[in-house]
Design a protein around this ligand. Structure first.
Ligand code: ASP
Ligand code: MG
Length: 479
């Protein structure tokens, strides 16, 4: 078997955990019977911390950089020292990690003087999260007797465009480069440990591929080396019928399709970078979502075409909480072509991502859901550019939840919508907005955030999702 295994930030946030995942990797490597490539995220919290330090830098707060370094330096070194036992290996790891930390400190000092963080320098700063976590994992593997090397996204060959923050990989070149780099390592029994989330553009400048991008790195590598499977290890058992924080008896889904997983990924308890699916869909490589701290659980497998038995009408009820609804109406909107495009264009130019859209057939209003953090930006942009011109009124509801009912079995089945809205109405909840794509894979609607939990629970019961449960069992190790 050829496996790409990705570990998220919670898998590496203590020395003990790093050691645990190293042992897990060793077990799967199985004395080199399997080829294993490891992708690692930044240690939990590090990426967020880098984001917030850059905000402080823009405000010219020099002290906060010092405090930041006082925190991240021992944080990484402690994890490393607790993970590695052999002194010689520990020394080598310390050297690599300390050099990176020094470099980070210097870069921050320079940026503080400028009090400006460009998208390009932000990506460079962000790259330290993953550049620091990978050597820790790689040296820990060496410590338990596995040949291993750590590589950055650039070193492994991930070439992207120069759209810093959301760079797109240029897949054809990337595939060639990654295969060229990794295949000989695998032949030698080496386990490459690669930074998730980061690549480099044509000029070799560091880029990042979007929040949560380590999943995407894993699938890019898998497609490049024609892996048999991608395993995304995290701290949850798999994709679920609902968020277990909302529905107590939510169940792990045994099998879902790529299309369903894409819908669930954004909403569910386990976030998966939505673009992660593209490289593996093309090459039809299954993804398993598994719990690194409950390895006997089989997790969820995501494939092109799940077995008949798992093709239920509705598979999951998920929610994105605390979002905002903007309703624009009036003016010259009705019957004038190009209105929607102007609205979306203004929002796009201001980097507001629209999560959901619906328009009435009278064309007199358009409703959109955006992240709460984008609401201010969005309304300002609309007011400045369009109010009094094509728009007469901008209405806002600043705390709504988007609820999505997902399942490919919904396609062409009559009565699903009636069942959904009947159930919502029976709980006395008002539906604010509805959208269904013509793929009929997903029906999404908006309610006030206060009503979210009641609705999710009601639908979970209505569609009998508890009966989808999978029994825990050991999955045999394939050789
Ligand atoms: N460290 C990056 C983030 O927090 C990438 C990832 O974790 O997948 O977004
Ligand atoms: Mg993640």
């Amino acid at each position: 078997m050829r496996l790409v295994m990705k570990f998220g930030g919670t898998g590496v946030n203590s020395g003990k955990k790093v050691r645990e995942i190293a042992n897990l990797i060793k077990a799967q490597h199985h004395d080199s019977t399997n080829d294993v490539v490891v992708v690692v995220s930044a240690i939990r919290g590090m990426t967020d911390d880098i984001f917030s330090i850059t905000d402080n830098i823009k405000d010219g707060q020099k002290v906060s950089v010092e405090n930041f370094m006082k925190k991240v330096r021992p944080f990484h070194l402690d994890i490393l020292r607790n993970a590695i036992t052999n002194e010689g290996i520990m020394k080598k790891a310390e050297l690599v990690v300390t050099q990176l930390l020094d470099e980070l400190e210097n870069v921050l000092a320079g940026i503080v003087l400028l009090a400006e963080v460009t998208p390009k320098s932000l990506d460079y700063l962000l790259s330290f999260g993953e550049r620091l976590s990978t050597p820790i994992v790689s040296y820990t593997l060496q410590d338990i007797g596995i040949k291993s090397e750590h590589l950055t996204g650039r070193e492994v060959g991930i070439l992207t465009d120069s759209n810093f923050g959301e760079a797109r990989p240029l897949m054809d070149t990337t595939k060639l480069r990654v295969a060229h780099k990794i295949t000989p390592m695998l032949k030698d029994g080496v386990v490459p440990v690669v930074t998730g989330f980061i690549g480099a553009d044509q000029n070799g400048i560091t880029t990042t591929i979007g929040r949560g991008g380590s999943d995407y790195t894993a699938t890019i590598i898998a497609a490049s080396i024609k892996a048999d499977e991608v395993w995304l290890w995290s701290d949850v058992n798999g994709l679920m019928t609902a968020d277990p924080k909302i529905v107590k008896d939510a169940q792990v889904l045994k099998e879902v399709s790529f299309a369903e997983a894409m819908e669930m990924a954004l909403f569910g308890a386990k976030y998966i970078h939505p673009r992660s699916f593209y490289p593996v869909i093309d090459s039809n490589i299954p993804i398993r979502v598994r719990n690194a701290f409950n390895v006997n659980h089989p997790g969820t497998i995501i494939t092109q075409r799940p077995a008949k038995a798992s093709q239920k009408i509705v598979k999951s009820i998920s929610a994105i909480r605390h979002t905002a609804l903007i309703d624009v109406s009036g003016g010259d909107m009705a019957g004038s072509p190009g209105t929607a495009s102007r609205i979306f264009d203004i929002l796009a130019k201001n980097r507001v991502n629209i999560m959901m859209i619906s328009q009435s057939p009278s064309e007199s209003s358009i409703s959109m859901v955006v992240r709460k953090s984008d609401l201010d930006k969005a309304t300002t942009a609309l007011e400045l550019n369009l109010l009094g011109k094509i728009i007469k009124k901008v209405n806002v509801n600043d705390d709504v939840a988007v609820i999505a009912v997902v399942g490919s079995g919904m396609r062409g089945i009559k009565g699903v919508a009636a069942k959904i809205f009947g159930s919502v109405a029976s709980r006395n909840v008002n539906v604010v907005m509805i959208a269904q794509g013509s793929s009929e894979l997903n029906l999404a609607f908006v309610v006030n955030d206060d009503d979210c939990n009641v609705v999710v629970r009601a639908l979970h019961t209505e569609f009998k999702l508890v009966s989808l449960s999978v029994k825990q069992k050991n999955i045999p190790r394939k050789g």
